[in-house]
Design a protein around this ligand. Structure first.
Ligand SMILES: [Mg+2]
Ligand SMILES: [Zn+2]
Length: 186
């Protein structure tokens, strides 16, 4: 069985932009900026034998404020610069009632089937409750990265507060935790 690190995208891998105090995801490839330390952290995880997957909600596509073309350009930048094995995208909104929109774990389950993953030995890293809920739902160890979104509380679902096994400042710290647990034989 293989082990994986699942990454939320916005706020974990790339910057979220603050517009009038509200975090917004990039709509243009020019605004897509990979955060400092991400490449090094992912290289270390890759070297330790983890598959690396991005699992991202992109409801701006059905909302009409982001095009598939622009999203593809951003993901070409991502894949060209980082050791990511696959990028999974949920291009739905709530009313689509899909299985993949986090906090639902559909993207993680799909990856687990395709890549024969041991989810209990895998990690979900994100900056919102929806990310950690998706990871917890399938038995992953969850790591919350602090961001402008990370204090948002769930309005529904199983929990009413953001739950995670660990909370860190950035992806580099998350990688340190994973690698130190590995060294401890967990
Ligand atoms: Mg995010
Ligand atoms: Zn979906």
């Amino acid at each position: 069985m293989n082990r994986a690190v699942f990454l939320d995208r916005d706020g974990v891998v790339n910057e979220t932009l603050m517009v009038e105090g509200i975090p917004v995801t990039p709509k243009k490839v020019e605004d897509f900026r990979i955060l400092p330390g991400v490449k090094k952290a992912l290289s270390a995880l890759k070297h330790a034998g983890y598959f690396i997957f991005v699992v991202t909600n992109q409801p701006d596509i059905p909302r009409g404020t982001l095009t598939h073309e622009e999203l593809d350009k951003m993901h070409a930048v991502l894949a060209g610069n980082l050791p990511v094995d696959k990028i999974y995208v949920c291009a739905h909104d709530n009313e689509d009632a899909c299985d993949c929109r986090k906090p639902k774990p559909g993207m993680l389950l799909q990856a687990a089937e395709q890549w024969e993953l041991d989810l209990a030995a895998s990690y979900m890293i994100g900056d919102r409750w929806k990310d950690t809920e998706a990871g917890a739902a399938v038995g992953c160890t969850t790591i919350l990265v602090k961001s402008p979104c990370s204090t948002e509380q769930p309005r529904h679902g199983r929990g009413r507060t953001v739950r995670s096994d660990y909370t860190v400042e950035n992806l580099a710290q998350a990688a340190e935790i994973i690698l130190s647990r590995e060294a401890d034989g967990r």
